[in-house]
Design a protein around this ligand. Structure first.
Ligand code: MUC
Ligand code: MN
Length: 370
């Protein structure tokens, strides 16, 4: 049992190591919404909700996440006692529609506090880890083909990553295909290269684009069409050999069920923010497992806190397509005392109680908006 006493929120702005170009936004800075949950049992839990490019990626901005927590969720939860995340989600969902990013930060903070109270890692509260490290790819998204090739070659030589995702969709199809296939050719047949179109193509463009990507040896095509076009995504998954990774189209277990029921094959990108927290994201994972759809651990380019919360969840299921939990490496700095251990294409799952990370309060204060 855990009684929530108070909740505090900060908006934390951290610059990126280079501009990160997606089809809908270019990021030079990432904003983390950080939550501190004080519990009456004497433990403190921390959570993070992070989106991409203000309102250009999802329906919740960092400012709106903070406002949803401070104005609605905090009065609802403070003073209340919960046996676990099921009861917490039940309470939040009864009074607050949507707002899955805000709910994700709170579910994360609750799991962190509960783990600390029980002396267990968050993965143990979610079913138990089946691995102590997870594969992590890197996204090449400088916007320049030659720079991306140099960056990819450097990371391969350093042994940091062996799998890459490219962000396309912002430019003309011809230009994007040339870009993707040049990178694939330069990195070689042994290196897995995938693309994320972030919904930028209509169905006709996707048919054209996917046949060229398939021909050029691209391994996986992520969310080529708009999130509302469920039938289009299903048709593409049945038409091409190159598998489709559904991202924006699959937020919750309900979306995963509808896509699989409609005949989708391929993989689902799990993200704690899309589903409303680590435990909620696993509901989608279990639907996928039941439907024979593969899994992939997705990121909203969170800092270490949100990344670790995701890793605890991902460690409890088999990720056939690995993960992209590299967010902390894209940021110039972070707000945790000990950075995550990334090496040889993998990240190590922290083993301490709760999330297993300690917040650096000086850094939190330094980067927090006033
Ligand atoms: O997948 C997305 O749509 C968002 C994100 C994940 C990696 C990256 O570079 O951007
Ligand atoms: Mn994506």
């Amino acid at each position: 049992m855990l009684t929530i006493e108070s909740l505090t929120c900060w908006l934390v702005d951290i610059p990126t190591i280079r501009p990160h170009k997606l089809s809908m936004a270019t990021m030079g800075c990432q904003t983390l919404t950080i939550v501190r949950m004080q519990c009456a049992q004497g433990v403190v839990g921390w959570g993070e909700a992070t989106t991409i490019g203000g309102l250009s990626y999802g329906a919740e901005s960092p400012e709106a996440i903070r406002s949803a927590i401070e104005t609605y969720l905090s009065p609802l939860l403070c003073g209340q006692t919960f046996s676990g995340v099921a009861a917490l989600a039940d309470k939040m969902n009864a009074s607050v529609k949507g707002n899955t990013f805000a709910k994700s930060a709170l579910e994360t903070a609750f799991l962190d506090a509960q783990g600390k109270l029980l002396g267990l890692p968050v993965s143990a509260l979610l079913g138990g880890a089946i691995t102590d490290r997870l594969p992590v790819l890197w996204t090449l998204a400088s916007g320049d083909t030659d720079k991306d090739i140099d960056e990819g070659k450097r990371l391969l030589a350093e042994g940091l990553h062996d799998t890459f995702k490219l962000k396309i969709g912002a430019r003309e199809l011809k230009t994007d295909i040339r870009h993707a296939l040049a990178i694939k050719a330069a990195l070689g047949p042994e290196v897995s290269v995938r693309v994320d179109v972030n919904q930028a193509w209509d169905f006709t463009t996707a048919v054209k684009g996917m046949s060229q990507l398939q021909e050029g040896g691209i391994d996986l095509v992520e969310q080529p069409t708009p999130l509302w076009d469920r039938q289009g995504l299903i048709a593409l998954s049945q038409r091409f050999e190159v598998p489709i990774l559904a991202d924006e189209a699959v937020a919750t277990s309900h979306d995963g069920y509808a896509l699989a029921h409609g005949g989708f094959s391929g993989a689902y990108a799990l993200k704690i923010a899309k589903a409303g927290g680590p435990a909620q994201a696993l509901k989608l994972a279990h639907v996928a497992q039941a439907a024979g759809v593969a899994l992939y651990g997705g990121t909203m380019l969170e800092g270490s806190l949100g990344t670790v919360a995701s890793l605890h969840a991902w460690s409890t299921v088999r990720m056939q397509w690995g993960t992209e939990m590299f967010g902390p490496l894209l940021l110039k700095d972070d707000i945790v005392v000990t950075p995550l251990d990334f090496r040889q294409g993998q990240v190590v799952l922290p083993q301490g109680p709760g999330l297993g990370v300690e917040i650096d309060l000086d850094k939190l204060r330094y980067y927090a908006r006033h």
